[in-house]
Design a protein around this ligand. Structure first.
Ligand code: CU
Length: 141
């Protein structure tokens, strides 16, 4: 078999494999922060239409140096953010990243992001799938 056909078959196979474990992402947005803010937060709804649990293991973005998985919780009356190594999206279920709960947290880029700007996130799943999502910068949900 000629290498080009082998490569085509391989890419066809890998795109099918990725479609197998598709996480759906809705309503992704980044909260506009005041000038001088050091951190930004992003929110979205993660939907798992598959029959298997999906695990979000990390997020990359060309717009930020790094993206952290966080969860806000109130412990003994004090609100704090806990680092998450991963976020599990149960089979057939949803996880909402929203203020006061799960969120993505990023160091603010040098060039301030303002309402209407768009950034891309790449969501990496445990099964090697990568889901790209575009998020809009907004002042409010
Ligand atoms: Cu946070």
């Amino acid at each position: 078999m000629k290498p080009i056909f082998a490569a085509l078959l391989l890419s066809l196979f890998s795109s099918l494999a990725a479609a197998d474990s598709t996480l759906l992402v809705e309503d992704a947005w980044v909260r506009e922060a005041p000038p001088g803010a050091r951190m930004l937060a992003a929110y979205m709804t993660l939907k798992n239409p598959t029959a298997q649990d999906l695990v979000l293991t990390g997020v990359d973005s060309p717009a930020f140096n790094h993206v952290m998985l966080h969860k806000s919780e109130v412990v003994d009356g004090v609100a704090r953010m806990l680092h998450q190594d991963s976020i599990l999206i149960p089979a057939g279920g949803n996880i909402e990243l929203k203020p006061g709960s799960y969120h993505l947290m990023m160091p603010a880029p040098e060039q301030r992001l303002v309402e209407g700007d768009k950034v891309v996130f790449e969501l990496n799943l445990e099964d090697q799938a990568c889901v790209q999502v575009q998020a809009e910068v907004r002042k409010k949900p």
